[in-house]
Design a protein around this ligand. Structure first.
Ligand code: AHR
Length: 536
């Protein structure tokens, strides 16, 4: 059946009131928990407004990551004050305007692997006098024109919160603690605070989030978990906040390596629990095929890989609970995203740059829905990376700038920020696909729901590559008095936005006449849908 015929058939089914259950969808998942079939009617999606919320969705779940690598900082963010490219204080104007549309999120800087060889003093003082160093990547020269003050300026212009990743691999405890003091101590109180003032910023930066190293199992020092824990304790044993409540983040495992987590936390309990607020596993879903060339099976396999975030969160949370039963330490997934092979860079200097397609947008939406469903566990998540890199929201080269389909997903999901995550059951059939020489299966529909006052937001990802689906969305304990629908999709699975065609993949919003306790709506193939539901 081609896509158009399928859409027509489902549209007819909608008018005669055929529900998803009648279509014989056997599979059931419960948003916010494990798969279960108990007590669920086969009516598609049920939003459990009558149950207590899961937790409040931190806007920081929608955060970003910006590293000194390839074209992220130089070209992506920093163009320089004298540039012909429109800028504010050297920072790309188009970027500022778009990042502001993401809401009050956090941006992690300066790495990544770069962080564990970055000496912050290289990036302060008169720009022309700053030392030039070999960068961490490809040994490109790092001019240090973008340092602490420039990053803070960027954050203030974009109205986002900074998150600094400190150097454990090649740095010292003293260097870290002095960076905190330089940033946060009030003017006139210490020599370092006065140095900050002399460099142009009287007001303290008030940095809350501090990462103590990055990927300490790898580029951050190749530590054992026990040795890293010893370093972590030394770095964090005495760090004054200067009035700022610090949020200290330890580098977590590579993917879902539960053993690494257990070994770190076993040592941590031996050390009378050094101050620790966030634990940061990194999960890259990797690739299947190529950024823009992939088969139907590879489409599903990619989405399936993204869905492994659910298990990572559950497993890591359970491991944390063995040592921290009150769950004071939360998850910070401060690097996630797809990682495709090279070949779609817009500029060969932009290491790891990849063209973001509709497929990447669905991965972003699946992942953000997963975070929403675990709002009580995940305090922050940072997609890698903001611009000109992996899974980016933006591409920029010279004076050209474009928002990728990923950006549109992040903007679409903004109503979830700060709202209460609501449990949701989804009944949908599995989709079978071939990967690694065997048949595998993926949920056809997944999503999340949140409530803010009378506004219910439901986001749904429909992974079927070719056929639409009709969903009967039941509001248990609520009635809709008005619904608007926003959809991001395209007829080509590899569709993407380019400098020449920036609007190729864009969300479209429409009014609907949906009302009442059950809303029947069509999900287009390969789509992300947001329903803005005004409750009576
Ligand atoms: O995001 C690119 C790199 O991937 C980061 O520097 C590192 O932390 C990770 O391995």
């Amino acid at each position: 059946m081609n896509r158009r015929t399928a859409l027509k058939q489902v549209a007819q089914a909608v008018t005669v009131g055929v529900t998803a259950g009648h279509l014989g969808w056997p599979r059931s998942i419960r948003g916010g928990g494990a798969a279960t079939a108990a007590g669920i009617e086969h009516t598609g999606v049920t939003v459990l407004l009558n149950e207590p919320p899961i937790g409040t969705i931190s806007p920081a779940i929608y955060s970003q990551f910006a590293e000194h690598i390839g074209g992220v900082i130089y070209d992506g963010i920093w163009v320089g004050r004298d540039s012909k490219i429109a800028n504010v204080d050297g920072i790309r104007k188009d970027l500022i305007e778009h990042v502001r549309r993401l809401g009050r999120v956090v941006v992690r800087w300066p790495g990544g692997c770069f962080a564990d060889r970055y000496h912050w003093r290289d990036g302060i003082g008169p720009r022309e006098k700053r030392p030039r160093r070999f960068g961490r990547w490809r040994e490109e020269t790092e001019p240090n024109h973008f340092g602490t003050h420039e990053f803070i300026r960027f954050c203030r212009l974009c109205d986002v919160e900074p998150y600094f990743a400190a150097n454990v691999g090649a740095g010292t405890v003293e260097e870290f603690q002095q960076w905190v003091e330089y940033c946060n101590a009030p003017a006139g109180r210490t020599t370092l605070a006065d140095e900050r003032v002399a460099n142009g910023d009287r007001e303290p930066f008030g940095i809350r989030y501090w990462g103590v190293g990055n990927e300490s199992w790898g580029c951050g020092g190749k530590f054992t978990p026990e040795d890293y824990c010893t370093e972590y304790r030394k770095f964090t044993e005495w760090v004054p906040g200067y009035g700022v409540p610090l949020y200290l983040i330890a580098a977590g495992p590579n993917g879902n390596d539960v053993d690494w987590t257990r070994r770190f936390f076993k040592k941590w309990t031996d050390y009378a629990r050094a101050p620790l607020h966030g634990w940061s596993p990194h999960y890259y879903a990797g690739t299947t095929g190529h950024a823009l060339k992939f088969s139907r099976d590879q489409w599903y396999e990619m989405l399936h890989k993204a869905n492994q975030m659910e298990k990572l969160i559950a497993d890591q949370w359970a491991a944390l609970g063995e040592f921290d039963p009150e769950h004071k330490v939360k998850l910070i997934i401060d690097e996630w995203g797809n990682w495709h092979p090279e070949g779609t860079e817009i500029n060969p200097r932009h290491l790891f740059e990849q063209m973001g397609s509709l497929r990447d947008a669905l991965v972003a939406a699946l992942t953000l829905d997963t975070f929403n469903r675990h709002a009580e566990k995940v305090d922050m998540a940072n997609v890698a990376q903001l611009v000109n890199n992996l899974h980016s929201l933006f591409l920029a080269d010279g004076d050209r700038f474009v928002a990728t389909p990923n950006f549109h997903v992040f903007e679409m999901y903004r109503p979830h920020h700060g709202a209460k995550s609501i449990r949701m059951n989804v009944q949908a059939p599995d989709i079978a696909f071939q990967a690694a020489g065997r048949e595998q299966r993926i949920f056809r529909v997944a999503g999340s729901a949140s409530l803010s006052g009378k506004n219910l937001t439901v986001t749904l990802v429909h992974s079927h590559a070719a056929e639409p689906a009709e969903v009967a969305l039941q509001l248990r304990g609520g009635m809709a008095e008005g619904v608007r629908k926003t959809v991001l999709t395209h007829t080509a699975l590899s569709a993407h936005n380019t400098f020449e065609r920036p609007g190729e993949v864009m969300p479209k919003t429409s009014a609907t006449d949906l009302r009442g306790p059950t809303l029947r709506c069509l999900l287009e193939p390969a789509s992300v849908t947001r329903l803005d539901i005004r409750l009576a």
